[in-house]
Ligand binder design. Structure first.
Ligand code: ATP
Length: 235
């Protein structure tokens, strides 16, 4: 059997007195569309940041496509595209410049053909030369997705990509992420929107106070908890 796309075993992380992750175990199979749900402060972003190397877990193991994120960071990071929650950019770079810089970070030169493809698929071609400060919040969200794709990672983690996004753009992002999954990418999505997880994810892990409190197929989870009580658990 092939290695999972993501393996998380016994991961803990403490910030001072806050136990953000209290022993998380989670495998995401290749090709899955996986949802990570939980209330504010449950540890979702900390888990993603530990996976991408932004945060160093205190203990446990994290692997991306079989590469350990600590001892084999370079290869693990190459396999992972991360769409962060925060819209933080240098406002004076253009969209294309940002994507070139991101390509350079992965040692990729002459990436413009691929960048053009990504921009077209995210409906951003007309904005390639625009400074970031000129873009709307929705466009910036799409640039974050584009940035995550420049190095063609097989695994893509999106941290609340539709937070604060209007309904039309949300639908567009859903379609795009679905297509990535159909094309073979493994997707991990964190969200506060139950309907989003229900519409997209094959399996869901619910995180609470740094622990996985439920892990099952979306259908089973919805069956186990009536929608109402699942909603309550997410709040
Ligand atoms: P949200 O849905 O609000 O984004 P989350 O599930 O992503 O929340 P985290 O952001 O991972 O949760 O936070 C988990 C816990 O760790 C929270 O109690 C948070 O306050 C704390 N925390 C996160 N980052 C830091 C930090 N850099 N320093 C101190 N505490 C932190």
């Amino acid at each position: 059997m092939s290695l999972p796309a993501i393996r998380i075993a016994s991961v803990t992380k403490r910030y001072g007195s806050v136990q953000a992750l209290a022993g998380v175990d989670l495998d995401v199979d290749r090709g899955e569309f996986f949802g990570l749900l939980g209330p504010n402060g449950a540890g979702k972003t900390t888990l993603i940041s530990s996976l991408s190397g932004l945060v160093r877990a205190d203990s446990g193991t994290l692997e991306v496509m079989g590469h350990d994120v600590v001892s084999d960071y370079r290869n693990a990071r190459r396999k992972l595209g991360v769409v962060p929650q925060e819209l933080v950019f240098d406002p004076f770079f253009t969209v294309r410049e940002l994507l070139r810089i991101q390509s350079g970070y992965f040692g990729i030169r002459h990436n413009d053909d691929w960048i053009d493809e990504i921009l077209a698929s995210l409906d951003l071609t007309a904005k390639a030369g625009a400074n970031m400060r000129m873009l709307s919040g929705g466009m910036k969200r799409r640039v974050l997705v584009a940035q995550a794709l420049v190095h063609r990672p097989p695994v893509i983690v999106l941290d609340e990509p539709t937070a604060g996004v209007d309904v039309e753009l949300r639908q567009g992002l859903w379609q795009f992420i679905r297509k990535l999954n159909r094309d073979g990418h493994t997707i991990v999505l964190t969200t506060h929107y139950l309907e989003e997880a229900e519409a997209l994810c094959g399996r869901i892990a619910m995180l609470k106070a740094g622990r996985v409190v439920a892990l099952d197929t979306t259908d089973n989870l919805l069956r186990r908890f009536a929608t109402h009580s699942l909603r309550v658990r997410l709040e």
